[in-house]
Design a protein around this ligand. Sequence first.
Ligand SMILES: *Cc1c(COP(=O)(O)O)cnc(C)c1O
Length: 394
Amino acid sequence: MSNIKELDKKYVLPTYARADVEFVSGNNARLLDAEGKKYIDFTSGIGVVSVGHANKRVNSAICEQLSKITHISNLYNIAPQAKAAQKIVEASGFDMQCFFGNSGAEANEGAIKIARKYGERDGEIKRYKIITLQHSFHGRTITTVKATGQESMHNYFGPFPDGFVYADNIDQVESLIDNHTSAVMIELVQGEGGVQPQDKAQVQALAKMLKSKNILLIVDEVQTGVYRTGEFLASNLYEIEPDIITLAKGLGGGVPIGVVMTSLKGVLTAGDHGSTFGGNYLSTAAACEVLDVLKEYSDSGELEKNIDYFNQELEKFYSANRKMFTSKVGIGMMCGLRVKNAETLSAIISNARDEGVMVLKAGKNTLRFLPPLTITREEIDEGFKSLNRAVNSL
Ligand SMILES: *Cc1c(COP(=O)(O)O)cnc(C)c1O
């Protein structure tokens, strides 16, 4: 362990404030570290390991694919890519097509490129501006970090691409639209910004207003997508039909993958966009199995029951600790508790780790929960027991 820490310190760029723990294996929502200590994982690797750690079905799908072929480039047909696209589109209920990349930021880059090209060819004035929201998070590339409505992330890295405009909230969006506006990009539940769900009626009104002005609606579902909110997409839950949707985190069960899907099928043509790794056999074989596992889980009613149970236990924890928390927020398995005193947040998280439960921070004052969707009742119970110990010892 200390050896790994030294290697990390010497050879890895220090872009992360890492906690001093090294996990070596997992099973569903259980984790084991290098010292033999056990944990319950209420983070699923920031919403990634949606099907749990070491999921047997996903692992064997990956192993089977590995034994045949993992990569041959997008110059040829890729069977699991086509199948994954079909599964995603059918689950969404939208008449769309997919492009595969490797991360959330890349998916959003694709969305922005579609919006820019659409704005270029549609009419005489080049429409290139994209309105995003304050406290949003859209990624870490030069373009997606600029799309992110958090000023503090814009230090050092300019000059940035032009055309990103920030609205304080959905209500303010319309007043920021001008002749150059091509699209509006939002998260339906802001994740990194602090587990902040948007109001359904407001979102529906926004979607209607944008349609009437021929401005695209991009929904960044990198965190909310793939059943995190209970529905396949948060867009399904909010009953809207965006023009462009992006997915990533929970889609590959831990294998890097990102998707931009759109009803604007004719905008990008051969040569406009591409990716060396995107959509290869390995990542899309994993995604196909993740999608099957979660579809069965959702269709059987188990997902909904699990969401109810997790939220019921979170509510109990919240009620027992009103001294520390001001509100419970979130939708489905994307939940948070607002802490009264932001300074206590990192102490809660590190105490929780000591007590054997992993939780996350979001925004300035939100304790965030993104458990594997397949977490069991026993794991939920154990996790909250540990979390109670963690806050009681504060
Ligand atoms: C995590 C996240 C991203 C960035 O995804 P990466 O895979 O880290 O590039 C973008 N948008 C949202 C909403 C996210 O939660």
